[in-house]
Design a protein around this ligand. Structure first.
Ligand SMILES: [Mg+2]
Length: 297
């Protein structure tokens, strides 16, 4: 069973029936006019659209343009299926954002092949998008994503006047882990920490691998006092866990955390907050590691 959903839009019921029967391996939704199609798109998740061009009131070009002008629908591939075969009509189909074009009457196998190609392309694109924001080892967000989205999060906090805290986490003496057990075990320790972070993070927290053995967590709507207890619980839960090498041997590790919070009045960028959290982290290291240090100003 294929779980991709295709929206079929055609004003001729017999055309719809043929397509519905032919494509029954997909989840299908049908619409007989553009208005209904747009309404369906605002509530349902659609992976691909088969779109007729000649329809009363709103023609296929218009429907396509509207879909392509909305952020949440613009990436859905659209294949036009129509009897209009003149050069002008075909080029217009591409101009308004159509991905492909099939002439009526069509060969079923050709239709299948084109649908599969579009769906595969969609998968590749979303995979690439995922890879560009996720750290492959830990599956946490990467530094680039953090830098990009922290700006938006900071703006939101300022606008709504809600507290925003940030923690920087560093694995204590991580070099020793690598030197003693090898980099493969080092990687496992990083993965274990990421797993603990994910299991502890609250809904709006954003956990990122900042680089090497350094991690950053953005804590929206969280005062420094709350952040401190979140950080302390994370520190404790890392201290109590271990990575099992074998039945007899396991690797234990600890983390140090530097905490800071946004000064809503005068914070121009997240970099300053990062810097304070980093200073706090340094102090945590200096004063013996496996601890949480706060720096507000
Ligand atoms: Mg028609």
């Amino acid at each position: 069973m294929n779980n991709k959903t295709i929206l079929i839009v055609d004003d001729t019921i017999s055309n719809l029936d043929i397509l519905m029967e032919l494509l029954d391996e997909y989840d299908l939704i049908d619409a007989t006019n553009g208005k209904d199609a747009l309404e369906i798109l605002s509530t349902e998740h659609i992976d691909l659209i088969l779109l007729d061009i000649m329809m009363p009131e709103m023609d296929g070009y218009e429907v396509c343009s509207r879909i392509k002008s909305q952020d949440d629908t613009k990436n859905i591939p659209i294949i036009f299926i129509t009897a209009k075969t003149d050069e002008e009509s075909i080029s217009k189909a591409y101009d308004v954002g159509g991905s492909d074009y099939i002439r009526k009457p069509f060969f079923p196998k050709e239709l299948f092949a084109r649908i599969k190609k579009e769906l595969r392309l969609e998968e590749v694109i979303s995979e690439l998008k995922y890879l560009s924001v996720i750290d492959p080892l830990t599956k946490l967000y990467n530094r680039r994503f953090f830098i990009d989205s922290s700006k938006t999060v900071l703006e939101l906090a300022k606008r709504e006047r809600t507290p925003l805290s940030l923690m920087m986490i560093d694995i204590d003496k991580f070099k020793n882990v690598n030197d003693t057990y090898g980099h493969q075990v080092g990687d496992e320790v990083l993965k274990l920490l990421a797993k603990i972070m994910k299991s502890r993070q609250r809904k709006s927290d954003m956990s990122c691998r900042y680089g090497g053995e350094e991690f950053v967590v953005l804590l929206p709507n969280t005062s420094i006092e709350e952040a401190e207890s979140v950080a302390e619980e994370l520190r404790e839960s890392v201290e109590q866990s271990h990575f099992e090498l074998s039945m007899k041997e396991s690797v234990k590790f600890t983390i140090s955390i530097g905490l800071s919070t946004v000064q809503l009045e005068n914070e121009g960028s997240i970099e300053k907050v990062l810097k304070r959290a980093d200073d706090a982290l340094y102090e945590a290291k200096e004063s013996g590691r496996n601890r949480v240090q706060v720096k507000i100003k």
